[in-house]
Design a protein around this ligand. Structure first.
Ligand SMILES: Cc1cc2nc3c(=O)[nH]c(=O)nc-3n(C[C@H](O)[C@H](O)[C@H](O)COP(=O)(O)OP(=O)(O)OC[C@H]3O[C@@H](n4cnc5c(N)ncnc54)[C@H](O)[C@@H]3O)c2cc1C
Length: 502
């Protein structure tokens, strides 16, 4: 029996049905379409990922299939991508695989090289659409900002859902053997469980709800609240996870912002513009990673390879579990574990605390934070981790003092007390710096430092000056300056660095 001729849409981190170039092109081609998502064991086991990510994906896939009257099937596969496609080729003749270009970790890059080889050997075309404002194989940034704007102002890729309904094929309807072989193992039941309270769920419907409520009322106060660990949770757009998994395209967000900007009063327009500028930064960092993905493993500026930072397991456990003895750091790390989100300033502070004050290599922290951030986006993440660790050479080195930050961005300790209940009985000043309590004061507060809450795991002053002296020494050195010139040429348009940090 001859095999059916089909096209495939391979969903990766583009889990939506609208403004979807790959889907749109597949529908135009007028052949039966197999829609697939692959849960890949290699990624499920990877240190960058956590159950929270797979739940978010599962919810996004469910959401795509709940479109009214559409009733099409998206085949959810659980096996290695190479094996999945080999099985598909046993049962179907595939003309074209449509997908988005993925700017991911080295593991997905290597997987794509293997897939490219397989497709070529089978005579299958792989049509990859570019992601948002990111360009493949870019040599330098000349003209990049213009390109980004062109992409954002372009019309959306229309997806004709009625036609999709006609073309989408249902795997296994007449061939159970194909269904089993292609689908692989069962999807783990835990992927299907709801998110714990306080963690965002996935799906385009929820993403649109976030965008609408942001434009309607949460954006007012965006700028004022951006540093606050509590304020930014409400006044920030909170679109990052939806963008990272593609529940919304960058262009959809940009169009929605443009369409509603003029209705708003001036102060809110300012807030909205501040958010929109970050959409560009989102692509800027992914572009950087696309051009230089070695930063998943190596310092952007090799002059910093001289740093003598030895991994300390005791520090790692204390940092991860929010038991460092520095209340704002501990609150942030506990909050992150439970909710999958931190605002920018808190992310920068916990990273700086790890790299500068604990004097630790950035890589283990980068992986742990990736697994905790529901919005893990490799390009933004690794670029920011290195900026906050102070190893890029081109950015200002910021060594955050957690006690000072605490008084500045959580002055009434609301955030700390929510996540570090051990400190609830202390007068406000001591909540920020419990180590300053005298033994007598501890007695009065019925509190014992080191028993009820950890003593600080480092001497703040000493750690701060060690980091400052070493890092600035390297940054000001000839070697770092030499590398800076190459870095700027490759990643910056024009002559000055204006990389967004908050
Ligand atoms: C160490 C570290 C790691 C980070 N890792 C990630 C990550 O893995 N994924 C991620 O999306 N963001 C990351 N960020 C950037 C930033 O903290 C988050 O994007 C932001 O907190 C998300 O909140 P929001 O959606 O309310 O953003 P908003 O302030 O509403 O901004 C809108 C969108 O712009 C983008 N954006 C915002 N700030 C930045 C920024 N500084 N750089 C690049 N893009 C930005 C995001 O997509 C965000 O959803 C990291 C920052 C640091 C310091």
């Amino acid at each position: 029996m001859s095999k059916q001729l089909i096209n495939i849409v391979w969903f990766k981190r583009d889990l939506r049905l609208h403004d979807h170039a790959a889907l749109s092109k597949a529908i135009e081609s007028d052949k039966p379409i197999l829609l697939i998502y692959i849960f890949e064991p290699e990624l499920i086991e990877d240190a960058h990922y956590d159950l929270r990510h797979w739940r978010f994906v599962w919810q996004s896939l469910k959401d795509m299939q709940q479109v009214k009257n559409l009733n099409f099937t998206l085949s959810v596969i659980h096996q290695n991508a190479l094996d999945a496609f080999r099985q598909i080729f046993r049962f179907f003749t595939v003309h074209t695989v449509f997908s988005y270009e993925e700017v991911g970790i080295r593991k997905t890059f290597d997987r794509d090289l293997v897939m490219k080889k397989l497709f070529k050997s089978k005579g299958v075309i792989w049509d990859e659409s570019p992601y948002a404002g990111v360009r493949r194989a870019l040599k330098n940034r000349e003209g990049w900002a213009k390109y980004w704007h062109e992409q954002m102002y372009a019309v959306e890729d229309k997806v004709h859902l009625g036609k999709l309904k006609e073309l989408a094929i249902r795997l296994g309807e007449d061939n159970q053997q194909a269904l089993q072989a292609i689908k692989g193992k069962n999807i783990p039941r835990e992927f299907m469980e709801p998110m714990p309270d306080g963690m965002q769920s996935g799906g385009a419907h929820l993403a649109w709800e976030r965008l609408e409520t942001f434009l309607q009322y949460r954006a007012a106060g965006y700028g004022k609240n951006i540093s606050s660990p509590i304020g930014a949770r409400h006044h920030g757009s909170r679109l990052s996870a939806h963008l990272a998994w593609g529940n919304l395209s960058m262009r959809q967000v940009f169009h929605y912002y443009l369409n509603h900007l003029k209705e708003k009063e001036l102060s809110v327009q300012r807030d909205l513009n501040a958010m929109a500028s970050r959409l560009r930064w989102h692509c800027h960092f992914i572009q950087k990673f696309e051009s230089e993905d070695r930063i998943e493993f190596e310092n952007l500026n090799p002059a910093f390879n001289v740093l003598d930072q030895e991994f300390n397991e005791v520090f790692f456990e204390a940092w991860k579990n929010g038991k460092t003895g520095f209340p704002l750091v501990d609150a942030a790390m506990r909050c992150l574990r439970e909710t999958g989100f931190l605002n920018f300033r808190s992310r920068a502070m916990v990273m700086s605390f790890w790299s500068h004050l604990l004097w630790q290599p950035w890589k283990p922290a980068a992986e742990h934070l990736a697994a905790m951030f529901l919005d893990f986006e490799p390009g933004i993440h690794y670029a920011q981790v290195q900026m906050q660790a102070g190893v890029t050479g081109i950015n200002t080195i910021r060594i955050y003092n957690p006690a000072k930050q605490s008084k500045e961005i959580d002055s009434n300790a609301e955030f700390i007390l929510e996540w570090v209940p051990e400190l609830r009985g202390l007068p406000l000043n001591f909540v920020h710096e419990p180590w300053t309590l005298t033994p007598m004061e501890q007695l009065f507060c019925d509190f014992q430092l080191g028993i009820h809450y950890p003593s600080p795991i480092i001497d703040l002053k000493k750690a701060h000056s060690r980091a400052r002296d070493i890092l600035w020494g390297v940054k000001d050195g000839k070697e770092a300056q030499k590398y800076n010139r190459t870095i700027l040429k490759k990643h910056v348009e024009g002559k000055t660095v204006k990389e967004q940090d908050e």
